[in-house]
Design a protein around this ligand. Structure first.
Ligand SMILES: Nc1ncnc2c1ncn2[C@@H]1O[C@H](COP(=O)(O)OP(=O)(O)OP(=O)(O)O)[C@@H](O)[C@H]1O
Length: 240
């Protein structure tokens, strides 16, 4: 089943976060690069039903973004994900599963599997307050996978990952993209090149490109790379 976005718009006073965005996404990994303020987070939040658009629709198959059926196929890692520092990794996943109203029996077996997928199995009894930024991010990815989503939306998933973690993440997303629609906002050149099958580029809330690496051509490639201002820390202009 496909994700359909039809003329989605969102304004904030004098700013346009989304300007009549229309697109359809199929299974695979879709990368969303773009300069700061281009509208990536606004689009992802509208796709997840967290931000209400001024106009336009988001549907998965026949399910509208506002209904329960849509939420049951969705996994989401927000840009600023809140953790409970006193929880262990395992307890946190159980807690998130309860919030998502997943059955306890299903959750118990999959929390171990998910922690292993994100490389945190050895840390499952460790409190989150002792985790590095990269470990927290990986735990955030694990909670997004709890309901085995057919639509997985990750906002800046690689932002604080170490190079080794990043390689593991690429492999994981590659596997997930074979079964599901994966949509990620990415800031780092090598991530976009290596992770995404297709690229969607936003500029000032408008979708200005939707295609493959081959489609994009050198001019557009230069445009994207020049519009990206971040390295691993979000501060360096040099992509890693
Ligand atoms: N709550 C808000 N109030 C006013 N303007 C907002 C609000 N949220 C977003 N905007 C504006 O909407 C536009 C799109 O913001 P958005 O956060 O989606 O960009 P982004 O591409 O995710 O940026 P970044 O890479 O910095 O996270 C920006 O101009 C931003 O300033």
């Amino acid at each position: 089943m496909d994700l359909h976005i039809d003329r989605l718009s969102k304004h904030y006073k004098n700013k346009i976060a989304a300007d009549r965005i229309s697109l359809s996404l199929e299974k695979g990994v879709h990368g969303l690069p773009g300069a700061n303020g281009a509208g990536k987070t606004a689009l992802l939040r509208m796709i997840c039903g967290i931000l209400r658009p001024d106009s336009g629709t988001v549907t998965f198959g026949r399910a509208d973004v506002s209904i329960e059926e849509y939420r049951s196929i969705l996994g989401y890692l927000p840009q600023d994900f809140g953790y409970y520092p006193g929880f262990t990794a395992e307890d946190f996943l159980m807690y998130m599963a309860a919030l998502k109203e997943l059955r306890k029996t299903d959750t118990r077996c999959c929390t171990g599997e998910l922690l292993s997928i994100v490389g945190l199995e050895a840390h499952k009894k460790q409190k989150i307050k002792t985790f590095s930024g990269g470990m927290k991010r990986r735990l955030g990815i694990a909670q997004a996978l709890l309901n085995r989503p057919r639509l997985l939306v990750l906002d800046g998933p690689t932002a604080v990952l170490e190079p080794k973690e990043r390689v593991r993440f690429r492999e994981m997303v590659d596997r997930l993209g074979q079964e599901s629609i994966v949509l990620l906002s990415l800031h780092i050149k090598s991530d976009i090149e290596l992770i995404a099958d297709r690229i969607l580029i936003l500029k000032d809330g408008r979708l200005i490109f939707n295609g493959t690496h081959e489609d994009i051509g050198e001019i557009w490639k230069n445009f994207i790379w020049n519009s990206l201002t971040v390295g691993r820390s979000g501060l360096s202009p040099t992509p890693i």
